[in-house]
Design a protein around this ligand. Structure first.
Ligand code: TRP
Length: 335
């Protein structure tokens, strides 16, 4: 374990709050898989964050296990990456509480995600939803992570994590490494197929806006055929004026490796019908091996269990070292 210590450490996580999307894959997981040699990587399934919104227990359990399988099927080798479930490592809740006491009501009130989510869940604006960023700070700081790969919507949470860590260090000395957000050089921000000015999201109200990683080919094709374009009938990259077409180009480019110029040339003089079909097919082929491997892994529960158990053990070891330091610093009597 100590020999990985020179590598910079990465931590990130996705909530098993809905089925993984093409956006989760292209925007996050696919890039994670390429970081394993250069960094010491920890990827978490943030199930504790998920219950800030009411869940159906059996669904949460199923999605969590499926997400472990999908991580592996996407190329996250469990021998090279630490894959774990947040609730399996009690230190998250433990440090989360301590950090609650070093996080200000005012700064939590300014979090845009809290404002959005409380507007959407007006009947359940619970304290967990409010203090969520302190738990996320614990997730990151427990591992002394150098870098946190996140999408734009989570940057504010990495910022508050840095503020909390700096505040704590200011009182007690250098306890926490101050993490940086990490926006991968390559990687796509995949937008909704039906409202391309919004990010593709598992909570999209329009089911046609979002393609799931494990979705059946015919459903994927149907969604791409319905994708929103424009009336110009020209495949050209112009996110400002042609958000729908540009999003499809972005997806096609990542799925096939073609440049935007090559895509423009390929579809010059052809209608959007052909283009959308080609994008759909490229996504079907991109996701096919991942879906098949996920299904294969889900049939091998013992293997999946061995992966998340080993992950929890390794994660706990690192997390508990930080937690002990923190407990000592704040003045808790050693047991
Ligand atoms: N809040 C993140 C999201 O909703 C998930 C998350 C939880 C996370 N803890 C994290 C991401 C720590 C990065 C690091 O997408």
């Amino acid at each position: 374990m100590e020999n990985t210590e020179q590598k910079k450490r990465i931590l990130s996580g996705i909530q098993p709050s809905g089925d993984l999307t093409l956006g989760s894959y292209l925007g996050a997981i696919k890039n994670w898989a390429s970081l394993a040699d250069e960094y010491d990587c920890y990827y978490m399934l943030a199930d504790m964050h998920t219950i800030t919104v009411r869940q159906v227990p059996a669904d949460l359990r199923r999605r969590t296990l499926t997400q472990v399988a999908a991580y592996i099927a996407s190329g996250l080798d469990p021998e090279k990456n630490t894959l774990f479930v947040q609730s399996h490592v009690p230190a998250h809740a433990q440090l989360g509480w301590v950090l609650d006491c070093y996080t200000m009501f005012g700064e939590l009130s300014r979090m845009t995600q809290f404002k959005d989510k409380s507007a959407k869940n007006a009947d359940n604006i619970n304290a967990g939803l409010f203090t969520y960023p302190a738990l996320m700070a614990a997730d990151i700081l427990l591992y002394q992570a150098d870098l946190v790969p996140v999408g734009g919507d989570q940057k504010q949470h990495v910022e508050i994590c840095r503020d909390i860590a700096t505040r704590f260090n200011g009182v007690y000395g250098d306890v926490f490494k101050i993490p940086e957000p990490y926006i991968p050089k390559v990687g796509a921000r995949v937008m909704s197929l039906s409202s391309p000015e919004n990010k593709m999201s598992k909570s999209d109200k329009d089911p046609n806006g979002c393609v799931y990683m494990l979705e059946k080919p015919e459903d994927i094709m149907r969604k791409f055929k319905k994708a929103m374009t424009d009336s110009e009938a020209c495949v050209r990259f112009d996110p400002e004026n042609k958000p729908g077409v540009s999003n499809l180009m972005q997806i096609y480019s990542v799925a096939t490796g073609s440049s935007f110029e090559a895509i423009e040339a390929e579809f010059a003089g052809r209608g959007y019908g052909d283009f959308k079909k080609a994008v759909g097919e490229s996504v079907v082929e991109l996701l096919r091996p991942i879906r098949e491997e996920t299904e294969r892994l889900l049939a091998d529960k013992a293997y999946l269990e061995s992966v998340y158990r080993a992950g929890a053990e390794k994660a706990s070891y690192v997390a508990n070292r930080t937690l002990s330091k923190v407990y000592k610093k704040v003045g808790f009597l050693a047991r």
